[in-house]
Design a protein. Structure first.
Length: 80
């Protein structure tokens, strides 16, 4: 487990931490490039993976993370 993320998860709670990753992924990969069509990206880190998929109607995100309590997942979808 990556020691730099666990204190954040402990402080925020897993779901809030994962929501923050979701927002960061949208800000860093979907919005700047003007990707208004469809696409996807996969972000892999030591102990977590973020998959973002989007099209003209929605943005979806799936996060898998290894925490001190084992593997956790968080999924979210928003309409555009």
């Amino acid at each position: 487990m990556d020691s730099d993320i666990q204190p954040q998860i402990d402080r925020l709670g897993f779901d809030a931490w994962a929501e923050n990753l979701f927002v960061n992924a949208i800000e860093n990969f979907v919005i700047p490039s003007g990707r208004l069509g469809s696409g996807n990206t996969l972000i892999e880190h030591n102990d977590y993976t973020v998959r973002v998929e989007w099209d003209s109607a929605r943005i979806g995100c799936s996060i898998m993370c290894h925490t001190k309590d084992g593997w956790k997942s968080h999924e979210k979808e928003i309409k555009r």
